[in-house]
Structures are given as C-alpha cells and as structure tokens.
Design a protein around this ligand. Structure first.
Ligand code: NDP
Length: 274
C-alpha cells in the first residue's frame, strides 16, 4: 500500500505530502471518499467549514480503524467568521462536527482584505494553538503582501500557505516568499479542477511513463516540494492519485510542464474575494 512521505513544518510537526481534498463533496460523499482513501494509504484529509462536510470527514476518520493520531486533518475558518471571538466560535463548531478533541491544522481560508480582519483572526488561531486544541496553524490564499502584514504585526509565522497551484498557475513569487520564510506551500486545485488533464502534452508524458495525466501532474507537485491535496470521490481515482511513488520525471519532462505556466486561475484572486 502506498504511503505519502512527510514534510516538516516549522513548528516541529510534519504533514503527509499528499492528502485528499473534499471540496464539493456532500457529507455522504466525503464519508465514502475518506474511507476509501484511508484504506488506500492516505493519512491526510483537507476540509473546511465552507465545504459543509466536516461531519462526513470526521465520521469516516473515527470509524476507519486507523488511529486518530495517524491521520492529519485540516479545516479552515471562512471569512464570515473573521474576528477573534467569531473565529474561536467557528473553530468550536468545526471541532464539534468533526467529533474530534483536537485538529491537526487550522487555516484562515481567505485573507478577505476588504474586511481587514485577518490579523485578529490570526491571533485567534494563535490562541487556539496555545490552548492545545489545534496542533499547527497556517493560512490559505495569502499573497506575499498579506504574509508581510502578518510579519509586520509581530505574530507567529504560519507553517503553511495553501494556494491555488497547478501547471497553469505555478505561483513562482508566492513559492519563493514561502520558501524564504520557512512556510510550506500547499497546492489547492492541484489538477486545475480536472481541467488540465485534457492537455495533449501531459497525455504524451503519461503515455511515456505508462501512468495517467493526473499522476504526471501530482508527481510534478511532489518534486517541487508542494504539499498536494487532489480531490476525488471516485474510488479508482482516489487510489490512482496516491500511486505516484514508483516513477520519476526527468529534466525534459519537468521543462515541458514548466512551459505550461500561463497564470490562469480557476478560482478568484485573493485580493478580490471578501
Ligand atoms: P482538483 O484539482 O483536485 O480536481 C478535482 C477534479 O478532478 C474532480 O472533478 C475530480 O473528479 C477530478 N479528478 C481527480 N482525480 C482524477 C484522476 N485521477 N483522473 C481524472 N480526474 C480526476 O480540484 P479541487 O478544486 O477539488 O482542489 C483540491 C482540494 O483543494 C479541494 O478538494 C479542497 O480540499 C482544496 N481547495 C482549497 C481551496 C482554498 O481556497 N483553500 C479552494 C479550492 C480547493 P471526481 O471527484 O469526480 O473523481
């Protein structure tokens, strides 16, 4: 059974480099997907209050037979709950739905700069970590200028920045900033929501290696050092997406994928949301 390698975090903890995303899955779909994934060797699941499937995720983990401490679970605070007290209450609701007594990683889902409350939201995450109910804290969709603001306010550095990242949107500036500040970059929509899998060049690389285009893209992410959370509710795809540890890309393959960078987003620019 394939298991993901771990990536070290700056707080001394570690995260499995490959996990399962569950955006747009219902509670029932998330339950089945997470159960299948844990059977297939996954030990990392990415959810959020916004996905409205924390109950399904929690039930799957709790009924899996895999010990809770072996599974790394992430959730996120939505921008409607920004603010110190609001965030602490939102965290309690998430933990209750998951049915856990702690969370591995809690993220600010979007900076929502127009509200300008992400610094106090971050202080709430720091307090949850101090209370021991969350092991690691990070952010999502933060541009370098949002991270600079956190740094200027003299707070702890996030251990992770989860951003949209795939061959069409390679996020060089954010990845460089993260690396300089000991922040792990995590890729959401690593398959560009499945759309990039139609690319002819990726199909050629897949044929060359005897794997699928999704496996080529995931291998590319892992080689870059990204944490990666492909979403699928399809059992064969869930198993396929973690079966990426027994082939390697060469320099020519990597150069061909690097050339796909076009700046194309499937989601919103973080400065435009909230
Ligand atoms: P992905 O890039 O992971 O693509 C998911 C799509 O690709 C689904 O339609 C899935 O279909 C399909 N797919 C998955 N594996 C394969 C495969 N091997 N072959 C063919 N098709 C495949 O998109 P997401 O947007 O879901 O991103 C992944 C995760 O990132 C989310 O689930 C969520 O956890 C996180 N995320 C975070 C955001 C943030 O703001 N922080 C924003 C968006 C996502 P099917 O399920 O039908 O199998």
């Amino acid at each position: 059974m394939p298991f993901s390698p771990l990536v070290s975090l700056s707080d001394g903890r570690a995260i499995p480099q490959l996990g399962l995303g569950v955006y747009k899955a219902s509670d029932a779909e998330a339950f089945h997907a997470v159960s299948t994934a844990l059977d297939a060797g996954y030990r990392h699941v990415d959810t959020a209050s916004f996905y409205e499937n924390e109950r399904g995720v929690g039930e799957a983990v709790r009924s899996s037979g895999v010990a809770r401490h072996e599974v790394f679970v992430t959730s996120k605070v939505w921008q409607d709950d920004h603010g110190y007290d609001e965030t602490r209450r939102a965290f309690d609701r998430s933990l209750d739905k998951l049915g856990f007594d702690y969370l591995d990683l809690y993220l600010i889902h979007w900076p929502a700069p127009k509200q300008d409350r992400y610094v106090e939201t971050w202080r709430a995450l720091e307090s949850l970590k101090a209370d021991g109910v969350v092991r690691s804290i990070g952010v999502s969709n933060f541009h370098p200028h949002h991270l600079e603001r956190l740094e200027a306010e003299g707070t702890q550095t996030p251990v992770i920045n989860q951003v949209e990242l795939h061959p069409w949107l390679q996020q060089q500036a954010t990845r460089a900033y993260d690396a300089d500040h000991d922040i792990v970059t995590e890729a959401w929509s690593p398959l560009a929501r499945g759309r990039i899998l139609e690319d002819d060049g990726l199909a050629e690389l897949a044929a060359k290696h005897g794997v699928s285009p999704a496996q080529i893209v995931l291998r590319w992410h892992l080689d870059l050092g990204n944490v990666v959370i492909p979403k699928s509710i399809t059992p064969e795809r869930i198993r396929q997406n973690i079966d990426v540890f027994d082939f390697s890309l060469d320099d020519d393959d990597r150069a061909r994928i690097a050339a796909l960078d076009s700046g194309l987003r499937t989601g919103k620019d973080p400065d435009d949301l909230g």
